[in-house]
Design a protein around this ligand. Structure first.
Ligand SMILES: CC(=O)N[C@H]1[C@@H](OP(=O)(O)OP(=O)(O)OC[C@H]2O[C@@H](n3ccc(=O)[nH]c3=O)[C@H](O)[C@@H]2O)O[C@H](CO)[C@@H](O)[C@@H]1O
Ligand SMILES: C=C(OP(=O)(O)O)C(=O)O
Length: 436
């Protein structure tokens, strides 16, 4: 086990390169199950623990998986007979493994997946996924902690989602690719990762129309095949570095950033006084001397992304005055705030909203990540804190960020990732923190 130690106070300067998106690559990995011929070759694949876990799930299902980390590419071959069961061991470590259900149902007519529990940010039921499968003609049974979906054949249907769930949209869309006839799904998620998945499915021979809008139409085809695809850039990793630049009076170029994908964040940064420049090679973020308070409310895309909420709370805490932050997507996504309180943050939580009082003089402290984006938020606070901040529970950070401390160190942060037993005094006595 390891921990990150950061010595706050350095303005970040330079260029940062962003990986392929975790939330795009995971369902696309699952889509490999649909290709009964040929290989699915993915490039720009981030080396994240979630990606490795999904590869394990697919190997267990008899897909051949070959990850070449040097070139960030994975080749999947699912031409052999694939399995149908994903055990608890995998689902308990990564909820997103439930997105194999749709492809399995389409390819083998049967999917048995351990029931995903909730996680630190909410209870996260999968009722909408199951309703969609039922509408396509699947029978759903739940026993012994497992959900089993089965169908002799799937038939296209009209489906309306009560909430634009990302996972349900992906799962139902993938199930429908091989269904007989046409499926329409309304009130779907519109995230860029949905569009990336639909693009891959279409390259594999599927007929998916309308991804990125409120309604998706899928015309079923008899079979899908392999293809090549480069995974879309991770807008949440990009956004995290934008906030890092904004709070440290930094000047950082987010290489090849896609402004379209980060509109709500960019609009907030501008409102708070951050300079955002679209340049030929990316998006330049220049942190101001003084940040102005602004209110943020999360919502499904194109609203403000919940996956940027913990990071933006640090930005708001740095701003002059009181900012409110409202979380509408998950019922329990303020866990990071209790850790930030230990670093001198002041706030009042009322239901799903919090009033954050700035500007904060963050003090370095020992803090523990409670979930993925909480981990990022704690490191961000460490970048501007007086003294040293130690962040533990890095297994959460590693789910979604590759080489996070190295990228920050390259931008000038004093940050190290060390063994959990390393004494802080030993690190301080080295005088300057260097990347290990
Ligand atoms: C791997 C991946 O892509 N994860 C993302 C995905 O998660 P995920 O796909 O799990 O998120 P959803 O969009 O499904 O969930 C959003 C909300 O809908 C609720 N819900 C969802 C499904 C369902 O059947 N019933 C139901 O009530 C959830 O409990 C949650 O409150 O989208 C979230 C919302 O943008 C992001 O925070 C996650 O990073
Ligand atoms: C909540 C997140 O991911 P997941 O759905 O994989 O837990 C996230 O990426 O912030």
């Amino acid at each position: 086990m390891e921990k990150i130690i950061v010595h706050g106070g350095q303005p970040l300067k330079g260029t940062v390169h962003i990986e392929g998106a975790k939330n795009a690559v995971l369902p696309i990995q699952a889509a490999s199950l649909l290709a009964s011929t040929g290989e699915l070759i993915l490039t720009n694949v981030p080396a994240l623990s979630d990606v490795f876990m999904m590869n394990k799930v697919l190997s267990f299902l008899n897909v051949s998986v070959d990850f070449d980390r040097r070139v960030k590419s994975v080749t999947f071959n699912a031409s052999k007979k694939v399995g149908f069961e994903t055990p608890f061991e995998y689902v308990s470590k990564m909820r997103a493994s439930i997105v194999v259900m749709g492809p399995l149902l389409a390819r083998v007519g049967r999917a048995r997946v351990a029931m995903p529990g909730g996680c630190a940010i909410g209870s996260r039921p999968i009722d909408l996924h199951l309703k969609g499968f039922e509408a396509l003609g699947a029978k759903i049974e739940q026993h012994d902690g497992y959900i089993e979906a089965s169908a002799d054949k799937l038939v296209g249907a009209n489906i309306y989602l009560d909430f634009p769930s990302v996972g349900a949209t992906e799962n139902i869309m993938m199930a429908a690719t091989l269904a007989e006839g046409t499926t329409t799904i309304e009130n779907v998620a519109r995230e860029p990762e949905i569009v990336d998945l639909a693009n891959v499915l279409n390259k594999m021979g599927a007929k998916v129309f309308g991804a990125g809008t409120e309604s998706i139409r899928i015309e079923g085809v008899p079979a899908l095949h392999g293809c090549e695809h480069s995974v879309v850039q991770d807008r949440i990793e990009a956004g995290t570095f934008m906030v890092a630049a904004a709070i440290t009076h930094g000047d950082v170029l987010i290489a090849d950033a896609i402004p379209e994908h980060n509109k709500p964040l960019i609009s907030k940064l501008l409102e708070m006084g951050v300079e955002v420049r679209e340049e030929q090679n990316g998006l330049r973020i220049i942190g101001p001397d003084k940040l102005m308070a602004a209110n943020v409310k999360t919502a499904p895309h194109p609203g403000f992304p919940t996956d940027m909420q913990p990071q933006v709370s640090v930005l708001q805490l740095m701003a002059d005055g009181t900012s409110t932050l409202t979380e509408t997507v998950f019922e329990n996504r303020f866990n990071h705030l209790n850790e930030l309180r230990r670093m001198n943050a002041h706030f009042t939580i009322e239901g799903r909203s919090v009033a954050l009082q700035g500007p904060t003089n963050f003090n370095g402290a020992e803090v523990a990540a409670t979930d993925l984006r909480a981990a990022a938020a704690l490191v961000l606070a460490g970048l501007v804190a007086n003294g040293y901040t130690t962040v533990t529970n890095l297994k959460y950070l590693d789910r979604g960020y590759c080489d996070f401390h190295e990228k920050l160190a390259n931008l000038g942060a004093e940050i190290e990732r060390v063994d959990i037993d390393t004494d802080l005094k030993a690190v301080i006595s080295k005088k300057s923190l260097k990347v290990i």
